[in-house]
Design a protein around this ligand. Structure first.
Ligand SMILES: [Zn+2]
Length: 76
């Protein structure tokens, strides 16, 4: 199985965890740019990378809307 998230590829991640929190403030979907409104559920990916993105930083969060989540449903 193969996926990419915001240009990062499956091989770049050590692991990727998905959760479905409720938005405490407005967010923007990192894939389609749709606004995620306050109190709406969204998909939060917490990724740990194999190599640091910037110095000593291995973690990055991605927020997407539910429609974009479909792209990754087979992976997680
Ligand atoms: Zn989206």
């Amino acid at each position: 199985m193969y996926f990419s998230l915001m240009g990062y590829e499956e091989d770049d991640f050590l692991f990727l965890k998905r959760s479905k929190p409720v938005a405490k403030k407005e967010h923007r979907c990192c894939e389609c740019g749709k606004t995620i409104k306050r109190a709406e559920r969204y998909i939060l990916f917490k990724g740990k990378f194999k190599k640091p993105l910037v110095k000593d930083s291995y973690f990055k969060n991605f927020k997407t809307c539910f429609s974009c989540n479909i792209l990754y449903r087979d992976y997680l």
